[in-house]
Design a binder for this molecule. Structure first.
Ligand SMILES: Nc1nc2c(c(=O)[nH]1)N[C@H]1C(S)=C(S)[C@@H](COP(=O)(O)O)O[C@H]1N2
Ligand SMILES: [Mo]
Length: 162
């Protein structure tokens, strides 16, 4: 097929083996990390995902990494959350059954915490389900985070969605 834009996920920071992963690379991660149908885990969501832990092992995360930075350059949205809180449960949705994850579902790459706190009720909240991710950054201290901090900011952000 003619040159199709290839989505790339950059994983860097406190890792021994930084990587730039394509959808194909993600689909090749060991099957123990793959979730064939996210809907089975989180009702209402769709797609195929990999577990965060699988990504962390792939890049050989350093013990000093304590925060996970979730970056979406396209709309300048960023979250930085304690790694320990999402290490066992966080997943990255990277495709649908028959193609890329569309933007209206947060594609090409979307982070999903199966059971987050309500928006701005805790550090690991629904707002940390970052869409359009192009980079995961492991840091030792909390990094850049511009999630809405109150109802007003939140309402303003969601106005842009419609
Ligand atoms: N890139 C990006 N990701 C984002 C947002 C955003 O504005 N940009 N909004 C966040 C907020 S505040 C919420 S509550 C959830 C909403 O996701 P949903 O519409 O899929 O439930 O996405 C989060 N992810
Ligand atoms: Mo939110």
């Amino acid at each position: 097929m003619a040159s199709e834009h290839q989505a790339v996920l950059q994983v860097d920071g406190y890792v021994r083996r930084p990587a730039n992963l394509t959808v194909e690379d993600l689909s090749r991660l060991d099957r123990q990390w793959q979730i064939a149908d996210v809907g089975q885990l989180v009702p209402g969501r769709q797609g195929r995902a990999v577990r965060l832990e699988g990504l962390l092992q792939y890049v050989n995360v350093e013990p000093a990494a304590h925060y996970l930075g979730l970056h979406a350059a396209v709309d300048d949205f960023h979250a930085s959350i304690p790694l320990a809180d999402v290490r066992a449960s966080g997943i990255l949705i990277y495709r649908l059954a028959d193609g890329p994850l569309p933007a209206d579902q947060g594609g090409p790459f979307r982070f999903l915490i199966p059971d987050p706190a309500a928006c701005h009720a805790a550090e690991v909240d629904e707002c940390a389900n970052v869409k359009f991710i192009d980079r995961l950054e492991l840091t030792s201290k909390k990094g850049h985070d511009n999630r809405p901090q109150d109802e007003q900011q939140h309402a303003r952000l969601h106005e842009k969605d419609s």
